[in-house]
Design a protein around this ligand. Structure first.
Ligand SMILES: [Zn+2]
Length: 309
C-alpha cells in the first residue's frame, strides 16, 4: 500500500476500497445493526461494567469495556492519534482522534474525537477531607443526629472510632471541599488515557449506530458539558444556602452516600441530591453526581458478585 502512494495515480484505476465506500447502508442493514446492539446489551453486557445508569439521564452510558465489546462484535480496529496537545504551565489539554477500521475489509468506518484536560474539576482539585486528630485517617464523618450529632472517626472507613463534639475546632477548622491539586503533572497520563477513552466511545457510538441506545459516559464528561436538572431557586421558601454552608452540604451529601450499603438506600438520597443543585456549585454538583454513579455501580457489582457467589 505504501509504495502505491508513491507512483502516479492512474485516473481510471478504481480505489481499493471503492466497493466498500460506495456501499450505502440499507434501512434493513441499519435496523439489523441497531437490533444487534440491543441484543448484545440484553444478552452479553453487564450493567455497571459495560454500561452504567445515571439517574436523570435517559440513556445508559456506554463504558470502556462496553465500547471494546461492540468493537469486537463488529470487528473494528481502533487507531488513536493525538490531534492536539496544549500545555499551559502545569496544565495539559489533549484531544485524541479515534479512527475505526473494519478488520476484514480494511475500510475506515468512522471516527470520534475525545478531549480531556487538567482544568476539569476532578483533576484540578482534590477533595479536602477532614483528618482525625487522633489517628490521622480521613475517616471523619458527621455523626447522625439521632446518635447525638458531632463527628465520628468511622471504623468502616478505617477510622479509630473517636468521637468529637460539634464545634470542635480540631475538626471544623480543617479545610474541606475543593482544594487545588498541587501536583498536576501526576494527572497528565490519566488525562491522556481519558481522552483516548472518550474518543473510542464516541467513535464506537457513531460507527455501530449504538447512539440510539447508549450515550457517552456522563460521569466522564467535562463539567462544562454537564447541565444539571433545573430546580427552583428557593427550597421551601428558604433562600439558597450561603457560601460558607455550601461546602458543608456538599461534604454531608458525600458522607451520606459513603454510608449507603445498598442501591435502595442510595436511591433514597436522589431527592436530596436533586435539591443540592441550588445549594452547591455546579462543579460540586457534578462531583456529587459522579460520586453517586460510582457508588451505584460499585454496589451493583457487589450485589451481582454476591448473587453469583
Ligand atoms: Zn481516628
Amino acid at each position: 500500500m505504501e509504495s502505491v502512494a508513491l507512483v502516479k495515480a492512474e485516473p481510471d484505476a478504481p480505489a481499493p476500497l471503492a466497493r466498500v465506500e460506495n456501499a450505502e447502508l440499507s434501512v434493513e442493514q441499519i435496523v439489523a445493526r441497531v437490533s444487534k446492539v440491543h441484543e448484545i446489551q440484553r444478552e452479553v453486557m453487564k450493567k455497571g461494567h459495560h454500561y452504567g445508569i445515571i439517574p436523570g439521564v435517559d440513556k445508559p452510558s456506554l463504558l470502556k469495556p462496553g465500547a471494546e465489546l461492540l468493537g469486537m462484535v463488529f470487528r473494528l480496529d481502533p487507531q488513536f492519534e493525538v490531534a492536539e496537545q496544549l500545555r499551559e504551565g502545569q496544565h495539559l489539554r489533549v484531544t485524541v482522534r479515534c479512527t475505526l477500521y473494519h478488520i476484514p475489509s480494511g475500510a475506515r468506518v468512522g471516527s470520534g474525537m475525545g478531549s480531556c484536560s487538567t482544568y476539569e474539576s476532578k483533576y484540578a482539585y482534590r477533595k479536602g477531607q477532614r483528618l482525625c486528630p487522633k489517628c490521622g485517617s480521613a475517616a471523619i464523618i458527621k455523626g447522625k443526629e439521632e446518635y447525638g450529632g458531632g463527628w465520628l472517626c468511622w471504623k468502616k472507613n478505617g477510622g479509630c472510632d473517636a468521637k468529637f463534639k460539634d464545634g470542635d475546632k480540631a475538626i471544623e477548622g480543617q479545610q474541606v471541599g475543593r482544594v487545588p491539586n498541587e501536583d498536576l503533572a501526576d494527572q497528565h497520563n490519566t488525562v491522556l488515557k481519558m481522552a483516548i477513552k472518550r474518543a473510542h466511545v464516541a467513535a464506537i457510538l457513531y460507527a455501530t449506530c449504538a447512539s440510539d441506545i447508549f450515550t457517552q459516559d456522563v460521569e466522564d464528561m467535562p463539567a462544562e458539558n454537564f447541565e444539571p436538572p433545573k430546580a427552583p431557586a428557593k427550597r421551601n421558601g428558604k433562600p439558597p444556602a450561603k457560601a460558607a454552608q455550601k461546602s458543608e452540604l456538599y461534604q454531608e451529601m458525600m458522607d451520606l452516600m459513603e454510608r449507603c450499603s445498598s442501591i435502595a438506600e442510595l436511591e433514597k438520597l436522589v431527592p436530596d441530591l436533586r435539591a443540592c443543585v441550588t445549594a452547591v456549585s455546579e462543579e460540586e454538583y457534578a462531583d456529587l453526581r459522579s460520586f453517586y454513579a460510582r457508588c451505584t455501580s460499585t454496589l451493583d457489582m457487589q450485589r451481582q458478585a454476591g448473587a453469583e457467589g
